[in-house]
Design a binder for this molecule. Structure first.
Ligand code: 5GP
Ligand code: SF4
Ligand code: MG
Length: 461
């Protein structure tokens, strides 16, 4: 999911949130929503199913007045695909409504949901995000202020959460103690009373906000009349940023770990060329996510880069569509091979990852049908062997091709002449940081946040 928040009296916050979400569209295409607060502490909400551009128009944005706002783009990891599950989630409290947007996934919802019901909370949806909002509301109603209430609620939440929360008085931004999902702070027009929160820096760029810093793992920031205040509420915080954000999920023009993800992905491709060379005529990338690594591979190997597949820019990422059937039919709408580039060539195709192997197999066949004489595949990350419990929709383990098959078996299943993956070390070394500062559990099974057994059993073989 994508989250966005803005505190900017005097600005059209609804419109800025709209553009912020527009830049964060790749993080979720199922639903979108914006909540604003006006000076009378009234909340104004609009949310719906579909893309940001389908959910909003000028008239709707004009009916969202205020000086602060939060917004969300959703793809479902928990809860079904229905408009009630769209965010922001609004919860009434003693201090007025709160509007919450969440990226990530809690792992203790079974217990937390039960406790909230016992505490007479009215759970309207099936989402973990609503549980966080209700937990905050409960603490506010016990007499706490926004900050204390939010921190108390966080102590009940286990899992991944990057949040942008709006209240009548200000907005809050927070990350779980491991900072699994990203969240950045921007400053608007250099004015230290106007701040923006966004999942990625591309959400700041689009409205001309300047990147200030990341929200730290285990940090809660309050942005209001007095500017920005920071609270470190968690004793044990150790950064475990999701490496999948870096290799695939986030936009290549976003900055993480002080460098654009485009540069990081180029570097993955260069390392891949060193680790797994091939005797071929051209290197192609699977659009869009495989292209930076393909260019890196070409640079390091000296093999010419070519565009062998053209993507229809107007269809969403296939993996965001909820069913296997839709996924399988998605590919035909999405990619078309360029015959005159491919015919008679030994082709090396680079992609960022293989998850189920269904897309890869189809693309390989399409390349051969278009006249490629050999098709080799190189993947700019290691084999995905474990599911994610922290907010990336990588299915259950039995759906992951590398969970049960060796590289040689995958090679024959997707019908390539050769297949190689980047090493785990290579992927982490290319970040230029301490490997311990990342979650890479989908490649290792080494989950940084403990997962309750029943939850584990639901997704592991
Ligand atoms: P596959 O061959 O596994 O069907 O599809 C691989 C493609 O899916 C890659 O191009 C990759 O960019 C994309 N992908 C990356 N992450 C995910 C994910 O979490 N789930 C799914 N289904 N596909 C993903
Ligand atoms: Fe990211 Fe994988 Fe960790 Fe999930 S398990 S947070 S996708 S690195
Ligand atoms: Mg891809």
């Amino acid at each position: 999911c994508g989250v966005f928040g803005i505190y900017a009296p005097g600005e059209d916050v609804a419109k800025m949130t709209y553009f912020g979400l527009y830049a964060l569209q790749h993080r979720g295409q199922e639903s979108a929503g914006i909540a604003t607060f006006d000076s009378k502490a009234q909340v104004h909400l609009h949310k719906g199913m579909g893309l940001v551009s389908q959910v909003f128009n000028e008239t709707i944005l004009d009916e969202l007045p205020g000086h602060l706002a939060v917004g969300h783009t959703r793809y479902s990891t928990t809860g079904t695909s229905r408009v009630v599950n769209a965010q922001p989630v609004i919860v009434p409290t003693r201090l007025g409504p709160l509007a919450l947007t969440h990226n990530g996934n809690l792992v203790n919802t079974a217990i937390l949901g039960q406790e909230l019901i016992e505490q007479k909370c009215n759970l309207l949806t099936t989402t973990d995000s609503e549980m966080i909002a209700l937990a905050i509301g409960l603490e506010v109603d016990k007499g706490k202020d926004w900050l204390d209430a939010t921190i108390s609620a966080f102590h009940r939440c286990k899992g991944a959460y990057s949040l942008a929360i709006a209240t009548p008085k200000g907005i809050m931004g927070a990350r779980d103690p491991n900072g699994i999902r990203p969240l950045v702070i921007g400053i608007l027009k250099g004015n230290p009373t106007r701040y923006v929160l966004a999942s990625e820096t591309c959400g700041l760029d689009i409205i001309g906000a300047e990147y200030l810093r990341d929200v730290e793992p285990g940090e809660l920031v309050w942005i209001g009349e007095e500017g920005l205040a920071s609270f470190h509420w968690s004793q044990k915080s150790q950064r475990k940023l999701c490496i999948f954000e870096m290799i695939y999920f986030a936009r290549p023009d976003s900055i993480m770990c002080n460098e654009s993800l485009y540069s990081y992905r180029l570097q993955l491709g260069r390392l891949l060329a060193q680790e797994s060379p091939a005797d071929v005529d051209i290197v192609i990338g699977v659009p869009d996510s495989g292209i930076p690594a393909a260019i890196g591979y070409s640079q390091a190997s000296g093999i010419p880069y070519a565009e062998g597949l053209i993507k229809n820019r107007y269809v969403g990422r296939t993996f965001i569509q909820p069913t296997q059937h839709m996924r399988e039919s998605g590919i035909k709408m999405k990619l078309n091979p360029l015959k005159d580039v491919l015919v008679g060539k030994r082709v090396l195709m680079v992609d960022d990852s293989i998850v189920r192997g269904t897309t890869s197999r189809k693309i390989v066949k399409a390349l051969r049908d278009a006249g490629a004489t050999e098709v080799h595949m190189r993947i700019s990350s290691p084999p995905v062997t474990h599911p994610c419990f922290y907010g990336i929709d990588t299915d259950s383990q039995d759906q992951l091709i590398a969970a049960t098959k060796s590289v040689a078996e995958i090679e024959s299943q997707i019908e390539v002449d050769s297949l190689a993956y980047l090493s785990w070390e290579g992927m982490l070394v290319a970040t230029g940081e301490d490997p311990n500062r990342f979650c890479s559990a989908c490649f290792t099974g080494d989950y940084p946040i403990q997962i309750p057994d029943p939850v584990k059993r639901s997704k592991l073989i």
